[in-house]
Ligand binder design. Structure first.
Ligand SMILES: [Zn+2]
Ligand SMILES: [Zn+2]
Length: 280
């Protein structure tokens, strides 16, 4: 059943599962098989102590990926203009390992899928999660087709420690990534300053597809970060990217949840994202 509930502006769809082939668009076979084995045994960690394993972790992680891929499909089929996957945005998973509570990197798999299937040349990925999206950055560091704008708490104070402003891509891709670390304690004003720079950068790449990782862990009161945005940050970022998507790429924008460890903040930030995506 495709649609559980809908209004004229919003459809809520059932969760979709990915398959192993989808994972291999980004991850190594060895890593995928490692997660499968770990999922049968259960217990322990998939990395050095951040990302827990449990019985069924493989299948659960397939849903985070399946939803983001379903978003691409629904947009291609013209069923929706935009898509939000609240359980996606797992931006720390690397090609060959888990990291920061992320088993499979649905954002990286979705980007790879779009690059493969539609032969696009310019994909924009904007990441406003409090943590640097290291899985995406290092996954596409040498790929000039992927333009990254990533605002995060300075890595000297927060996991994963990467994402300094001199990390701008490698080889042919130098200049296609913009990392904007911001100081602990920063609020909406600092966010908007940083976001306006990211927007200018992303706009100038003239993207054919836009991804937004909209982690809610930069809002004031999150227990594991030190930023102090309000949900206004999410309203602002989504509004600007939504407008840009309609202007340059037929409205193609997929948003993915990401982190968020204060439930009230998660509600406020992601409601703001959905509201903006439904705004016209
Ligand atoms: Zn985060
Ligand atoms: Zn729209």
């Amino acid at each position: 059943m495709e649609q559980a509930k809908s209004s004229d502006k919003l459809s809520i769809v059932d969760a979709h599962i990915a398959d192993q082939q989808d994972l291999l668009l980004f991850h190594t076979k060895q890593y995928v098989e490692f997660v499968q084995r770990s999922s049968i045994e259960g217990g322990g960690f998939l990395d050095y102590g951040d990302t827990p394993s449990y019985k069924g972790v493989y299948e659960a992680a397939l849903y985070t990926v399946g939803n983001s891929l379903n978003g691409l499909r629904m947009i291609s089929n013209g069923k929706v203009d935009h898509f939000f996957n609240p359980i996606g945005g797992l931006h720390h998973a690397r090609k060959d390992r888990a990291g920061g509570f992320c088993v499979f990197n649905d954002c990286a798999i979705a980007i790879s899928k779009v690059l493969n299937d539609f032969d696009l040349k310019r994909i924009a990925y904007v990441d406003i999660d409090a943590h640097h999206g290291d899985g995406i950055y290092y996954g596409f560091e040498e790929d000039p087709r992927v333009f990254i704008g990533d605002i995060h708490e300075d890595g000297r104070f927060l996991y994963p420690g990467s994402g300094s402003s001199d990390e701008t891509g490698k080889g042919k891709a130098i200049g296609t990534k913009l990392n904007v670390p911001i100081d602990p304690g920063s609020g909406d004003e600092a966010f908007i300053r940083a976001f306006d720079n990211v927007l200018k950068f992303i706009e100038s790449s003239n993207p054919e597809y836009i991804f937004l990782q909209c982690g809610a862990d930069g809002l004031e009161g999150d227990p594991i970060t030190h930023l102090r945005y309000s949900a206004m940050a999410h309203t602002y970022a989504t509004k600007k990217l939504h407008q840009l998507a309609h202007k340059v790429c037929n409205g193609r924008i997929v948003a993915m949840g990401g982190g968020g460890y204060n439930p009230r903040n998660v509600r406020d930030a992601w409601m703001a994202v959905v509201k903006e995506l439904c705004s016209f």
